[in-house]
Design a protein. Sequence first.
Length: 151
Amino acid sequence: MITTQIEIARPPSEVRKIFFDFENYPSWHGGMIKSIAPLPSSTSDTDPLSPSQKLHCVFEKFVFDAIITENSGTTFQWRGPPVQGVTGLHSFAFEESKVTPGGTTFKHFESFTGFPAFLLQPWLLGKEIKVGFEGFNRDLKKKAEAETSEG
């Protein structure tokens, strides 16, 4: 499992609003996540971000369609397709901070299953993934905290 977290001096609701504005990622994040877009649902009345709906994800080294497994007030999670025998469960948590008054503890993590998953530990092949997660976290923090000064 690869786990990262960062403290953001904005409430979880505001951090989530920025996080879910996928269309604007390129304006504040130039790292591993290039784009995320909900795929059209077979039923027009379904929330495109509800569990069982699909996302089209473009990352630095992978392009894939994922299935949303959770979208609650505190967690957004998807399962990607198997890549070279490994499946990832990618998660983002937005928790009220116990460290930063009125802020958010943002957790960004992924667990892997499949025979070669042990190679994706943070000290092996997962090191690059962890660096990418940390870059996304820093960019999200910078964007969210800049919203304060922008009004």
